[in-house]
Design a protein around this ligand. Structure first.
Ligand code: FE2
Length: 376
């Protein structure tokens, strides 16, 4: 949230800022203020033009002032470098991790999700940017949402995806649309049960989001399951901290092999990937695609114990949101957070969808929030 400034005080080589809303003071080094001077940015591209490395470590100021309304900080530099003017809004919105969208995440279980499944209407989604913003904020908040009332056609499905971001190209192509056949060497192309997993554990940059649209469901069974990886992380951190820690540290390899097409993808990362402030960034789990790897025997056994605990939680019905996907309902879910699964089915089922990149969807939401005057 933005705040206005109460005062700016020089403390050695730093400036301490105090705020009208009483939040804790912020301390910014003078070198940082010179480096991030708004006038040192290209006005169109917003790229830094300041020569960072020409700024002296001990750069000094001649004058420091906050305007009467608390909306501006002015710094007159002692080296003849002119005056830097900062908006209080810019200074108060600074964060250690500016890449993390400021949308509160709500973790959930089956009962908490029942009756609270988020959705937006197709007509609004296609015509009103506010509905796209609401939809993407729902996805950030709980990890998934539905666009309801979508015509059950490939064209309408692709138009919903294109409203968010461009489709990611992978070994499976871009937009996919399939029934049970073995077009690709993957259980997704059969009618078997598929246990909880995330896609792309073999990809260095696993797909950020997946969209599903069931274009035909003349079958029995085949219910889809969504599981909140964030809630499982919270449960494990509380109830099994050693297992949780191991799964944040140990990089697990995934692979995808299709020798006929000359494909052998591999990547490796922890099941729970945290950022440098300890926030959960990504859940990666696909036991089908785990590649053989070795560890010292005691660590290997500890790994199996931790993995079994995680898998048992994924398969706990009280943590699963179950829903039979039907024509008209387009599901988008965060593949870095929500695990998905599917029951076995008999009959005819046609499922279509796309992958979207994490950065492109986040970019779309940042831009929509910024245009609405909200923090990004
Ligand atoms: Fe999958």
């Amino acid at each position: 949230m933005n705040a206005t400034l109460r005062a700016a005080t020089l403390k050695g080589h730093d400036v301490e800022l105090t705020w009208s809303d009483g939040r804790p003071p912020a301390t910014l080094p003078l070198i940082w203020l010179r480096d991030n001077c708004p006038a040192g940015q290209h006005p169109d591209t917003r790229q830094r033009l300041v020569d960072t490395f020409a700024i002296a470590d001990d750069i000094g100021v001649r004058a420091l002032a906050v305007d009467a309304a608390g909306r501006k900080l002015e710094i007159e530099w002692a080296d003849g470098g002119g005056v830097s003017r900062f908006d209080a809004g810019f200074l108060s919105a600074l964060r250690f991790n500016p890449d993390v969208l400021p949308v509160a995440r709500w973790s959930w279980n089956r009962d908490e999700m029942t009756g609270h499944v988020p959705s937006v209407a197709h007509a609004a989604f296609m015509s009103d940017e506010t509905a796209v913003k609401e939809f993407l904020e729902q996805v950030e908040r709980v990890g998934f949402s539905f666009v309801e009332g979508v015509p059950a056609t490939p064209e309408a499905t692709q138009a919903v995806a294109a409203r968010i971001a461009y489709t990611r190209q992978t070994i499976f192509g871009g937009y996919w649309d399939f029934t049970a056949n073995m077009e690709h060497k993957d259980t997704a192309y059969t009618s078997m049960r598929i246990g909880p997993h995330t896609d792309g554990t073999y990809s260095l940059d696993a797909p950020g989001y997946q969209m599903f649209h069931c274009l035909a469901a003349e079958c029995t069974g085949g219910e889809n399951v969504l599981i909140d990886g964030l809630r499982i992380a919270e449960i494990m951190q509380r109830d099994a901290p050693a297992d949780f820690k191991l799964l944040t540290e140990l990089a697990i390899p995934g692979q995808y092999i299709d020798e006929g097409r000359g494909i052998h993808l591999m990547a490796r990362r922890p099941l729970f990937r945290l950022d440098d402030s300890g926030t959960l960034v990504q859940v990666s789990y696909n036991n089908y695609d785990r590649a053989p790897f070795t560890l010292p025997p005691a660590r290997q056994r500890a790994f199996y114990r931790a993995l079994a605990r995680f898998d048992a939680l994924c398969n706990d019905p009280s943590l699963q949101h179950r829903r039979r996907l039907l024509p008209g309902s387009v599901l988008l879910f965060d593949n870095w957070r929500v695990l998905h699964a599917r029951d076995a089915y008999t009959g005819y089922r046609r499922l279509a969808g796309v992958y979207l990149n994490k950065e492109d969807v986040e970019s779309r939401l940042r831009s929509l929030r910024s245009r609405a005057g909200e923090a990004v």
